[in-house]
Design a binder for this molecule. Structure first.
Ligand SMILES: [Zn+2]
Length: 349
């Protein structure tokens, strides 16, 4: 499915180091636990200083890299701007730490700043944890052990350093100048409420965050703290301005290798989501909870975090199918909701 992509001849840097991808654009890699293993972050030459796009997760290894090899990489020039594509721990985890460590100003979109500030409170906010558990209970999840901790989102604050209260808010269409080059912020939704990707026409580059990855489809889910209730629709709609980029830029994704073939990749991702919608619908010949459908849609066994992600993505598909008029949903007396394909027996209505 990815044969249409052409990968850059520049080899990815080893984790914990960086290389210059092209003039003034440095590709750094930091560790991420689990299947992803790494995140790409981008250090941009800003004349007498540096700007950084995304930061890595707040892990001891990542902090150590910043203190040693990556600080050496920066040399005598200060890091003055930190720009986060979105609130996920691998992207924004070290934003607060680096802002304090280097005296740099943090930039992000308003929806992502709201999310990071909401989530960093969860570990000491019992009411917020209870509300999140209740929300997931509607879909068949029981707050037990590791799954309970994931439902309560208590770990976010362990891998995301608190961010400052004064951040610079970036909006769709804003143009920032880094090293004399104009980068246009594009707000894209679906993976989260307000992810920013950055296009530089002069360099013909797109820093794509998690919106366009070369080998995997990023998680498109519904979660209690999110505003967007149709992320599948939002995700596919966000492709339109990316398809319109002409000429096609070189894509700098957050995971995997730098590649060309943006439109082909977007076409593959759109097809993937249409197939997933059909697969989801096909599984609804009898009423089922989102958890039951998730366990059939995604190959297990799923750990606690991946169970939450699978249920969130299943819900995103179910809500989109509901908007399309292909499914219905009803609550039982215990407050658990079940979904069924319309036109199946007499179960709908
Ligand atoms: Zn993400």
């Amino acid at each position: 499915m990815t044969t249409e992509l052409v990968y850059s001849t520049v080899e990815p840097p080893p984790v914990g180091s960086g290389i210059e991808l092209c003039a003034g654009v440095h590709w750094l890699r930091l560790p991420v636990p689990g299947r992803l293993q790494h995140i790409n972050i981008w250090l941009l030459d800003d004349g007498d200083c540096w700007a950084l796009i995304d930061t890595g997760m707040d892990l001891p290894d990542s902090r150590a890299f910043w203190e040693t090899s990556l600080s050496t990489y920066l040399g005598a020039r200060p890091l003055t701007r930190i720009i986060c594509t979105h609130h996920h721990p691998d992207h924004a985890g070290l934003a607060g730490f680096l802002a304090r460590r280097f005296g740099a100003r943090l930039h992000m979109s308003a929806p992502e700043y709201r999310l990071i500030k909401t989530l960093e409170k969860f570990h000491h906010d019992g009411d917020a944890q209870t509300a999140r558990v209740k929300a997931f209970a509607r879909d068949g999840l029981v707050a037990d052990g590791e799954l309970g901790a994931a439902m309560m989102l208590t770990r976010y604050a362990q891998v995301v350093s608190p961010v400052p209260d004064d951040v610079a808010i970036l909006s769709d269409g804003d143009v920032i100048t880094i090293g004399g080059k104009a980068w246009r912020a594009m707000l894209v939704r679906g993976h989260t409420d307000g992810q920013l990707v950055f296009h530089c026409p002069e360099l013909n580059l797109l820093i794509a965050g998690d919106q366009v990855l070369p080998k995997i489809s990023s998680n498109i889910g519904i979660y209690p703290e999110r505003v967007d209730q149709d992320p599948v629709g939002s995700f596919v709609a966000s492709f339109k301005p990316l398809i319109a980029l002409d000429p096609e830029p070189l894509v700098l994704p957050s995971h995997g290798s730098v590649f060309s073939g943006l439109r082909a990749r977007l076409a593959t991702l759109t097809a993937h989501h249409l197939v997933t919608l059909d697969r989801c619908c096909d599984l609804l010949d009898v009423p089922a909870t989102a958890l039951e459908i998730a366990n059939r849609l995604f190959r297990g066994p799923l750990d606690a975090l991946n169970t939450i992600l699978a249920v969130g993505e299943t819900l995103a598909n179910l809500e989109h199918l509901l908007l399309l008029g292909r499914v219905s949903v009803a609550f039982d007396t215990l407050g658990v909701r079940r979904w069924v394909r319309l036109g199946v027996g007499d179960a709908h209505g």
